[in-house]
Design a protein around this ligand. Structure first.
Ligand code: ADP
Length: 405
């Protein structure tokens, strides 16, 4: 039974580390950012909430991992959990065997920015902690319960059967944690129909029936769905041929525009950061105001669409940096959904303390909750479960072998 789990989220432009110690309130955590630039650094907190700030000028992923992991090795973790964005059709967290690493590699065309970075992280932890059990926890796994009518695109069949072109969904760790915790708070643990809105730099919605994902807004890649910080979310797919024919853009330029220059940033021509946009809108910036309005309208539209996956709606959970902290965005979004019977309590919504969980409906209609997400905690728990299952299976096999001998 692992007592401490090291969680690694090795992303395309940053690396997040967290060490979760059993029976300890605090977590050691760090973020390596600005990698490959003179400003590269690792910031975070260590034991006793002591701040850490290590400058690592020009360090790349590998060097940053080595600096971070060597320090964390002093705390002797018992297991390592890796956040992996794309697991293809893998349905649950898995012990990192050569076969699973190969499957992560094979899913690279579906997450070209993320999976190669995860593989760098896996290679580093295998080298530095060769004897520790390591587990891959996939963002896509929670959504593998979606029915086929929700995960298929209306495209020629061979693209699905021969090339795996289908909807996968992401942010699964967060949707799983928040819906589980939220339904527990609501007194119906993993029962009934719930909608979740994970609103951060990347945003997605999910419909959950009896604890299982039945539909979600992201698809083949994390570009589909609602408006995000720099990602467009849904657009007419003909935008590609339109831009190619009329502006002479190639596929890479179009892809970059849709992923990095669109969303809140593209609409506002100002920022991808919701706080900045709310402040600018309050000061009369019209582009910021329309960016916020499009964000809320499309979010409401996505929640309405996902409700088709649920026999009934028991409630809605908001999470992520925007969902947890902005009463304004929650109110604006729900104003587009009066016909679903949502009844927000303005007082409870406005007074909910930042970073806390709480109920914000007026007691009529579906419940509305704010539930801070805990992806690291969920990854640590799933890692622990896989390690325990594997050691129990090994113990059983040993007993059986002894009995046979
Ligand atoms: P990530 O997806 O990178 O984990 P977060 O979940 O931290 O991101 O969310 C970041 C977003 O949350 C940013 O757009 C930020 O402006 C927004 N945010 C954080 N606090 C507030 C707030 N008080 N009001 C509005 N937006 C906020």
């Amino acid at each position: 039974m692992p007592k401490s789990v090291l969680v690694i989220n090795c992303g395309s432009s940053s690396i997040k580390f967290a060490l979760l110690l059993e029976d300890q309130e605090f977590r050691i955590h760090g973020l390596a950012e600005n990698l490959g630039t003179p400003e590269a650094r690792i910031k975070g907190v260590t034991v006793g909430n002591e701040p850490v700030d290590i400058r690592i000028p020009n360090a790349d992923h590998k060097q940053a991992l080595e600096v971070g992991l060597e320090r964390l090795a002093n705390y002797k973790p018992d297991a390592i959990g890796h956040r992996i964005v794309h697991g293809g059709t893998l349905t649950k967290a898995e012990l990192l065997t050569d076969d699973i690493i190969e499957k992560i590699r094979q899913a690279t065309p579906l997450a070209p920015l993320h999976n190669p970075a995860h593989l760098v992280g896996i290679e580093a932890t295998k080298r530095l902690f060769p004897d520790l059990p390591q587990v891959a926890v996939f963002d896509t796994a929670f959504h593998q319960t979606m029915p086929e009518h929700a995960f298929r695109y209306a495209l020629p069949k061979f693209l699905y059967t021969e090339h795996n072109v289908r909807r996968y969904g992401f942010h699964g760790t967060s949707h799983a944690y928040v819906s589980e915790r939220g339904s527990e708070l609501a007194g119906s643990f993993k029962q009934g129909g719930w909608l979740t809105a994970h609103l951060g730099n990347g945003s997605s919605t999910c419909a959950i029936w009896n604890g299982q994902s039945v539909d979600t807004s992201m698809g083949l890649t994390p570009l589909e769905g609602v408006v995000m910080g720099t990602r467009s979310g849904d657009v007419d797919p003909s935008i590609h041929s339109f831009l190619a024919s009329n502006l002479g853009w190639d596929i890479y330029k179009i892809d970059k525009m849709l992923n990095s220059q669109s969303g809140l940033l593209g609409l506002s021509n100002l920022s991808n950061d919701m706080r900045t946009l709310i402040e600018a809108s309050e000061q009369g910036n019209e582009d910021a105001s329309i960016a916020i309005e499009v964000f809320c309208y499309r979010l409401a539209k996505s929640l309405a669409a996902l409700s088709c996956g649920l026999p009934r709606i028991d409630g809605l959970f908001f999470t992520g940096g925007i969902g947890e902290n902005s009463a304004y965005i929650r109110e604006k979004t729900l104003a587009y959904l009066p016909h679903f019977g949502f009844n927000l309590s303005k007082e409870q919504n406005d007074n909910l303390k930042r970073g806390t969980e709480g109920r914000i409906d007026a007691g009529k209609g579906p419940q509305i909750w704010v539930v801070p997400t805990d992806e690291e905690g969920r990854i640590a728990k799933e890692t622990e479960n896989v390690v325990n299952e594997v050691s129990q299976a090994a113990a059983k096999k040993f007993e059986a072998d002894v009995a046979m001998a």
